[in-house]
Design a protein around this ligand. Structure first.
Ligand code: PMP
Length: 434
């Protein structure tokens, strides 16, 4: 920590200023870290640079959005050209059609698409669409599932699970939300008995909970259960979308939902975006021409939806994902990181587990290998986790969050980067007193 403090004088000054005008000195609580966060000036490839001139290897990569690395030349060029033509029209244009066509081509469940400005918004509209389609009120979400800040999905995320994620939610906000156990099909069957759900909303790989994968049999079971009960299966692929494959988690696991929520990498990373896509008969409920009666129609829209800036950058990114060239590289780096860290854990013999899939990695200092948010939270060594984060930060490697180290690997990362990550982790783990 002393090392970090000694080289971050300007960040400390900015933090003092920031605290006066931004609650906690940040614009999102997860960006805060002790004693104060580094304030950044620019990014490039797999690197991020702060106001004190420090260079970090970035494993946060814009909240996982930047699969193609920071400032991918083709995306920068597309944005530059669009800036000349205008970043926001508020009218229809060709880029929104082109991006929608690409989504339909790449994402197996997608027959029609609408764009939003964030993953939170995408989830909010998806839930509304499911309720409008099924004419049911109740919705199912999974323990540990993070879907952004929408009231009805803001429960049973972090520990303790029975506390809502925020103050200011009305008592009724979560009344129609049924909390389902992750990776426990019998438990889901038991929980929904006697209840009619509009949808079950699941991350194929739970991100915030600690990069915990759904088991394929579990997803298949949910698919069947949803078909049996007339419930829509919705995947939140805000993290997994385009990262696990061009078709996201649904392509990776081979189990197809009715609706999919997209975000982050949909615009190539770096521009605010989200989206809902899925079965045409469900998506068409947004169609005001087919459903002139607003009591039948599900609203979706917004000032910046599908602006040409975002959609044009998204087209370039999806064309890149479509080529499939990036996946062997980012997946093998992910595998290398997991294997390298696992070897260290086995050699030293500490209570820690590496989770993840493809290009996402997460390290848990827990006794048990996490299967869900419960096993990831109970008995977690929070102090060691925070010290690990501080150790990496002071050695010029940055990631989020201090209490849950997530690594997002991009096309810009190299084998040397991963070797450095493994060797810094080795130094840290080897220094822990068992
Ligand atoms: N769903 C998932 C799975 C996410 O990881 C996130 C963001 N981390 C969201 C939804 C919310 O997206 P946004 O921050 O763009 O609102």
């Amino acid at each position: 920590m002393e090392r970090y403090i000694s080289k971050s004088e300007r960040s400390r000054e900015l933090y003092e200023r920031a605290k006066k005008v931004l609650p906690a000195g940040v614009s999102y609580s997860i960006r805060h870290c002790e004693p104060y966060p580094p304030y950044m000036t620019h990014v490039s490839g797999s690197r991020v640079y702060d106001v004190d001139g420090n260079e970090y290897t970035d494993y946060w990569m814009g909240h996982g959005a930047k699969i193609l690395g920071h400032r991918h030349p083709a995306i920068v060029e597309a944005i530059r050209q669009q800036l000349e033509q205008g970043s926001h029209f508020g009218f229809c244009h060709e880029w929104e059609i082109k991006l929608a066509e690409l989504v339909v081509k790449l994402v197996p469940s997608a027959q029609m698409v609408r764009f939003t400005n964030s993953g939170t918004e995408g989830n909010m509209y998806a839930v509304r669409l499911a309720r409008a389609y099924t004419k049911r009120d109740k919705i199912g979400k999974f323990e540990g599932g993070w879907h952004g800040g929408y009231d009805a999905l803001h429960g049973s995320v972090g520990w303790p699970l029975d506390q809502p994620e925020s103050a200011g939610l009305t008592q009724s906000a979560l009344r129609d939300t049924v909390i389902l156990p992750f990776n426990d099909l019998d438990g889901v069957r038991r929980t929904i008995r006697g209840q009619e759900l509009a949808c079950m909303l699941i991350e194929p790989v739970q991100g915030v909970a600690g990069v915990i994968s759904a088991e394929v049999e579990f997803l298949k079971g949910l698919r069947e259960l949803c078909d049996e009960t007339g419930t829509l299966l919705i995947y939140d692929e805000v993290i997994t979308g385009f990262r696990l494959a061009p078709g996201g988690g649904q392509e990776h696991f081979g189990v197809i939902p009715d609706l999919t929520v997209l975000g982050k990498a949909l615009a190539g990373g770096g521009l605010p975006v989200g989206g809902i896509c899925g079965r045409a008969d469900v998506m068409e409920l947004i169609d005001h021409l087919k459903h002139p009666d607003k009591s039948e129609r599900a609203f979706h829209g917004g000032t910046y939806t599908a602006n040409p800036f975002t959609t044009r950058a998204g087209c370039i990114a999806l064309e890149e994902y479509e080529k499939r060239l990036i996946y062997p590289h980012i997946d093998s780096l992910g595998e290398r990181a997991r294997r390298g860290i696992e070897d260290v854990i086995d050699r030293v013999g500490i209570d820690a587990h590496v989770m993840g899939v493809g290009s996402i990695v997460c390290l848990h200092f827990t006794k048990e290998r996490p299967r869900d948010v419960r096993t990831a939270s109970v008995g977690k060594d929070v102090e060691t986790t925070k010290r690990y984060h501080a150790h990496l930060l002071s050695n010029s490697l940055i990631l989020m969050m201090p209490t849950s180290p997530h690594f997002f690997i991009s096309t810009a990362h190299t084998e040397e980067d991963i070797e450095k990550l493994v060797s810094l982790t080795d130094d840290f783990i080897s220094s822990i007193e068992i």
